[in-house]
Design a protein around this ligand. Structure first.
Ligand SMILES: [Zn+2]
Length: 191
């Protein structure tokens, strides 16, 4: 798959719940490999961004599969870990606000509240149950991706829309975004 296979808002499939995987078939494994290719292809077109993770709904497959990059700060490591039927079993720590972007929300970043720590249960590609105790950025990424499997996009968590959105400038720095202007020019985000 290519970056063009990644769907973006306002595609309504992003608001739908994905289905649970009952049997890990060759098709499921193929989908995981296709998702990885799409995530890497997207990243190769973006000098200042990484594909930290991707959910299957983002390539228009409504299945509860997420891939998460094994090393977030090393773009040369293209390995992703697949999580099948991932669910958060415990939220812990404080709620913190930080910047998030999404391959399915073009050009816009937002400051999103998330729990600092989560515990996640999932199946790996071999069908074995795995449990992850995550904090910081990984905890944020897992909450963002598991939201995707439930039809939730990061902008849905932003209550104060006026001062909470940003965009990347040509140097890769986040600049705050004029919300009123963006509604007029780029209304696909909010519909
Ligand atoms: Zn996303």
């Amino acid at each position: 798959m290519k970056k063009e296979d990644i769907i973006t808002l306002p595609n309504e499939h992003l608001r739908q719940k994905s289905k649970k995987i009952h049997v890990i078939t060759d098709e499921v494994k193929k989908l995981i490999s296709d998702m990885t290719s799409a995530a890497i292809d997207w990243e190769e077109s973006r000098p200042h961004e990484i594909s930290a993770a991707l959910a299957a709904v983002q390539v228009d497959k409504l299945e509860r599969i997420v891939i998460v990059r094994s090393e977030f700060d090393n773009k040369s490591n293209n390995h992703f870990t697949a999580l099948i039927n991932p669910e958060i079993i415990k939220y812990e720590g404080e709620i913190t606000y930080d910047y998030e972007g999404c391959l399915s929300v073009s050009k816009v970043y937002g400051k999103v509240p998330r729990y600092n720590k989560v515990r996640v249960k999932a199946l790996n590609e071999d069908g074995k149950e795995i449990r992850i105790k995550a904090e910081g950025f990984l905890a944020r990424v897992l909450q963002h991706e598991i939201d995707h499997t439930n039809g939730i996009v990061f902008i849905d968590h932003i209550k104060n829309k006026k001062d909470s959105f940003y965009k990347l400038d040509s140097e890769g720095e986040l600049q705050s975004l004029d919300y009123e202007k963006e509604i007029k020019d780029n209304h696909i985000l909010w519909d």
